[in-house]
Every structure is written in C-alpha cells, then in structure tokens.
Design a protein around this ligand. Structure first.
Ligand code: CP3
Length: 338
C-alpha cells in the first residue's frame, strides 16, 4: 500500500508528515461514549461489527493518516483460557491470576485463531473498507506478563518485580510462553490484513536497565524478527523510551515511538537514520488553546522538515478529557503544513 505512513516507516517519505494519535478510538470521542452507553467494553472488544465501527470513528472524525485496530493488549488473555473484564477506574482484570510456579508450568495456550476469531474477522472487513493503513498491535511479553500476575495493576508492578527477583527462571518460562502465543497472534493479524504492527511495552520502564536486557530485550527481538521476516513494518512503544534510544535501536524496528522527555532533534542523534521516529508531543498539549497547539506543532514540523522518517503522534495516549476540536486542530495543522 502506498501511503505517507508506510513510506515514513520505510524512512522514505518525501511528502507531508503522516499523523495519527495513540488511543484515537477512545473516551474523548462523544461517538465512542454513545456506543459505550449501549454496550459493555467486553462486547465492544468482541464483536467484529463494533470493532469495525469504532476503529473507523477517528478516521472519519479526525482524518488521521492511519487507523489502529480497536482492541486491547489484554485480549490475548482469552487464548490462555483466562476471563477478562474491564472495571471502571481500574482497567483490565484477568482471572484467575498467575500466582505460583505451578500456574506457569500448567499454563496452556488455546489456538489463538479460535480464541480471537472475532478480531481477525474485524481486520478482514476493515481491510476491505479502509483507504489508509491499518495498524495491528500486541503487548510486549513483559507488559502482558504483568497483567497476568498483578492483582490490581499498578504503576509499581510490585508482584511482578518480586517474582522476577525471587524466581527468574519461572518468570523467563512465562515470558517464553507469552512470546510463542504473541507470535501466532501477530501472524494471524498479518494474515487477516494489517499493514503495520505497534508493540506496546508500556510498563518496561519499571525495570532497571540490566533487568530490561534480560526480561524485555530478547523477547522483543523475537517479535521484531518475525515481523521483519514477514516484511511488515514494526513500531516499538515503551514508556521511558527516551532513556532507551540506543537499546531500542539495537532491536532494528522500523520506528521507535518516543515520549516527550527529549526533543526529537536530540533523539535523532541517538537513533540511526534508517529507523523512523514517532511522537513525541505531550498529551497535555491538546488541553491548551488552539493557538498554542498550532505553534508547537509548526515548530516541531519546521525542525523535522527534512526527515524522511518521521510520524507525528503524541508521546502516549490522548487524554480522555481532550476536546475533539483540539485533536482536530492538531491533525489539521500537520496536514496544512505540507
Ligand atoms: O489506540 C487505540 O485507539 C486502539 C485501542 C487500544 C486500547 N488499548 C483500547 C482501550 C490500544 C492500542 C490499547 C493498548 C493498551 N491497553 C495498552 C498499551 C498502551 C498504553 O496506554 O500504554 C495498555 C497498557 C492497555 C491496558 C489497558 N486497557 C488499561 C490500562 C485500560 C484502562 C485505562 C485506560 O487507559 O482506558 C484499558 C482499557 C481500554 N483499552 C479502553 C480502551 C478504549 C477503555 C476505555 C474506556 O473506559 O472506555
């Protein structure tokens, strides 16, 4: 597919910069909230027609240059025979949780094809209707493991970290099992028709760097390896990515999504030119007056003007309280800049 987004992922975009927004199909959209009044989140995540409808909402309303599949990184829990529910104010809860080494040893994976059939059906129907690329995604094994282990998922990942310090061997086995399931989950998304994959290692920043090298890097490497073999562009997202520019570059993804702690021009000095940069606007910028949004976006675009590998995005998900008009202004400013 010839598109600004795919060209930028190949670091070969000579035209205007592509733009999309993490969590673009979410609570900040009134249309999304209206659907949520009628359906539970699990219904929204499990029905191909609803997945299709919600995925296309931001494409029509905001005119983004890429669509991201409406799903969640925790949906893969279904393939592990787990129950998944979404609780207001808490987020995803997976049960039963993994609490012992025996739980890991006996962890079985159902064929992902059967467990998540609805998702692959949705991708196939989206592929027929969309004129822009569709981004599929997965949680990175470490981040997904934390959802299987934590009782109430928190920023600290107390139970997960205690486990890996106490029994690294069984934790590595868990990561191995998750990686194998994720490899087939990604292969099936690709077969169904996604054009690119974003890997979310949202909680990897809680680890020390030596532990990150042990518990994140090798598993990310296997996922990136598969995608390279299948010639599907891959973006890696990690909170705290600015501290890991070199390490993430060693994985050789097509792009790295950066949060806002360092300016892109400085990050560019740390990331080789064949790897595109994505990000890294502060989500709070979209709460500012439109004039401020326009000014910040234009300043960044001016600095990144010559970059053939740059995708405009926020450094993390859009805040639920963002006004739709501000999100539209962000996108329109990129489109108008040329
Ligand atoms: O970006 C998109 O628009 C596509 C959809 C998407 C969702 N989750 C939908 C969702 C994506 C890409 C995700 C990924 C995801 N899910 C991540 C990685 C990205 C990140 O933010 O770091 C993580 C950590 C999760 C886990 C998760 N799911 C949490 C923590 C929560 C609750 C809090 C929150 O941010 O909403 C969810 C629920 C969830 N995932 C919703 C949606 C639309 C529910 C929002 C609602 O209450 O309506």
């Amino acid at each position: 597919m010839d598109s600004l987004f795919i060209n930028a992922l190949a670091s070969q975009n000579k035209a205007r910069k592509p733009v999309w927004i993490m969590r673009q199909a979410g609570r900040f959209l009134p249309e999304y909230r209206r659907i949520k009044e009628k359906h539970s989140l699990m219904e929204m995540f499990s029905h191909p027609e609803l997945i299709h409808e919600i995925t296309t909402l931001p494409v029509e309303i905001l005119k983004t240059d890429a669509a991201i599949l409406f799903s969640d990184i925790t949906i893969l829990a279904k393939a592990f025979g787990r129950d998944l529910s979404f609780k207001d104010g808490i987020g995803p809860v997976i049960s039963p949780r993994i609490q012992s080494k025996e739980d890991i040893l006996s962890l079985k994976v159902r064929p992902v094809q059967d467990a998540l059939r609805f998702l692959f059906q949705a991708i196939k129907s989206l592929k027929k209707g969309l004129k822009i690329p569709l981004i599929g995604f997965c949680g990175a094994p470490f981040t997904f493991a934390s959802y299987l282990i934590e009782e109430r998922h928190s920023q600290e990942l107390h139970l997960t970290k205690r486990w890996l310090y106490q029994d690294a061997k069984s934790f590595l086995l868990l990561l191995e099992k998750i990686t194998n399931a994720t490899l087939s989950y990604l292969s099936l998304q690709i077969e169904a028709g996604v054009h690119a994959i974003q890997i979310f290692d949202s909680f990897a920043h809680v680890l020390t760097k030596p532990l990150w090298k042990l518990f994140c890097f090798p598993f990310l490497k296997r996922l990136v390896g598969l995608l390279k073999k299948k010639q599907i562009p891959v973006i890696i997202f990690m909170r705290g990515s600015c501290l890991y520019a070199e390490e993430l570059s060693h994985l050789e993804p097509n792009a790295i999504s950066f949060d806002w702690q360092q300016p892109l021009a400085e990050l560019r000095k740390r990331v080789p030119y064949q790897i595109a940069l994505q990000g890294n606007f502060d989500p709070h910028l979209l709460l500012a007056p439109k004039k401020t949004i326009q000014k910040c976006v234009k300043e960044t675009l001016q600095k990144m003007h010559k970059e053939a590998g740059y995708i405009v995005n926020l450094g993390h998900g859009i805040l639920p309280e963002t006004e739709v008009d501000k999100a539209k202004c962000f996108i329109q400013t990129v489109h108008d800049y040329g």
